[in-house]
Design a protein around this ligand. Sequence first.
Ligand code: IMP
Length: 192
Amino acid sequence: MQIVFASNNKNKILEIQSMLPETIKILSLESIGCHEEIPETAETIEGNAILKANYVTQKYGFNCFADDTGLEVTALNGEPGVYSARYAGEQRNAEDNMNKLLEALSDKDNRKAQFKTVIALNLDGKQHLFTGIARGEITLEKSGNQGFGYDPIFKPEEYQETFAQLSLEIKNKISHRGKATLQLLDFLKANK
Ligand code: IMP
C-alpha cells in the first residue's frame, strides 16, 4: 500500500517510514510530482490538516495524511494557535515569535499552554483525525538550544526542563506530534 505524507520535510518522512512495516510505503509530495505550495488558509489546526490531506487526495488521487500543529496559550484565548508559525509576521522567525509571546504574557500570571497536533488521514474514501496534546507552561525566559520553534520557552508538565533542553528521544515520547503520530501508526498497522 502506498500513502502520501503531505510534507516536504524529508526527516519527518524517513522517521515515519522507519516505524512502519515495508508493506506500507510512504511517498513524499515531491515523488508524486506535487511541487506547488499547498494552501493553509483554514482558521483551525484541524481545518489546515484536512485542507492539506484533501488537496492531495482530490488533485492526485492518493491516500494521504497531513499534519498541522499550533501552540495554544490559555491566557491569550488559545493564541497563537493556527497562526503559530507566523505569530510575529510572515518572516516566520522563531526568535521573533518567542519574543512576541514572552511580551504578550509579561503581565499575566497564568502561563499555561498546550501544543496540539492534528493529523488528517484520507484512507480509501474515509477521513480519520488523530489529535496529540502536550500540556505545559510558557517559561519566563528562553532555555536550551535543541529542537525548533517555541521549544526554548515551553516546559512540559512533569518536567523541569524546556523542550529545548530535553533529548529528542524524550521529546518524541511526550510531544503532541509524537502522540498523534503513534495513533496514526497504530491505526495504519491495524487497518492495512
Ligand atoms: P507545523 O504545523 O508543524 O508546521 O507547526 C506550526 C508552527 O508551530 C511551527 O512553525 C512552530 O512555530 C510551532 N511548532 C510546531 N511544533 C513545535 C514543536 O514541537 N516545538 C516548538 N514549536 C513547534
